[in-house]
Design a protein around this ligand. Sequence first.
Ligand code: MG
Length: 384
Amino acid sequence: MQNRSVTAIIAAGGRGVRFGGSRPKQLVEVHGESILARTVGAFVAHPAVDDVIVALPADLAADPPPFLRDRALRIVAGGARRQDSVTNAFAVVSEGAEVVVVHDAVRPFASAELIARTIAAAAESGAAVAAIAARDTVKRVDSGRYVRETLARDTIYLAQTPQAFRREVLRAALAINDDATDEAALAERAGYQVRVVEGEATNIKITTPEDLAIADTIARRGKAVRTGRAGLGYDLHRLVEGRPLILGGVTVPSDRGALGHSDADVVCHAVTDAILGAASLGDIGRHFPDSDPRWKDASSVELLRRAAALVAGEGYEIGNVDVTVILERPKIANQIAAMRDVLAAALGVDTARVSIKGKTNEGVDAIGRGEAIAAHAIALIRAR
Ligand code: MG
């Protein structure tokens, strides 16, 4: 992005509809952080934004919440209408600002990319608004709620914020001083062309208590996308004569095999627990109990496949899986490639995302004496 000076105005001036008790809605928490802190944080942290001005209700401006006091930003008292708040903030925008981006305090999920492309479009065209194409057919109705017109849907966009303007454009827009629900409308009335940039479905405006549940889902998902989720799995079975040794769905030539109700595949069991754990879905015993006849002779690969489907059903995809098998003998090096293929197919990922290593226990303890086999697995998952 070009080097230009950009100021962000966060419009939090109205008290709006109160919900969640006596606090103004912008201070209500979503997944552990207030809506306003999330919104302000997105702009303070944004590499293209140099300066942030927050318009707060007068009482909050006089005694701002701690998360605003600690930040490098300026606070002004808002006004009766939205554009009064923006006007008050605009009055302290520095002369050096080339672009001013205005954003609703109660839209905490605008992505950094959306903010960047709105700023870039405004720098180029003068005025830009984030908006999403209408998915539903739009009807214009009269006062009696009879349809008067069906609008061509492909011409309808629903405006969001951020809305960004070259400074002189926003100055002219605010000078109009009409009632308007957004600054873009004022810029239009001032005679400027306003360009639409593609908004985001997750960039919701939180205005009702029902929106909070949706916001919580978006916040959780956003966190999972950013950080991923790790899960750990472990399994151990006794080794006895007269049983096949099945690891990762592959039969390994061996004079001893793992003892268990099922095929006692420690690799599959550890990976199953790892992916279930990463999604906080409990463990293999909860979903596929030994006591349930359905699972009595089920292959562990099939159980892993079902576990992967449960994880996918929660909205996650598997990033990678890594397994360490601890076994004194036999060596499993020659079977590892086949095991990786089987696990990858069950998980629905490329083989490159599955790793398996073999280890001995150097003759120490039950595993070292060849009486047992164990496996450790770790899985990383991400929201899709
Ligand atoms: Mg097991």
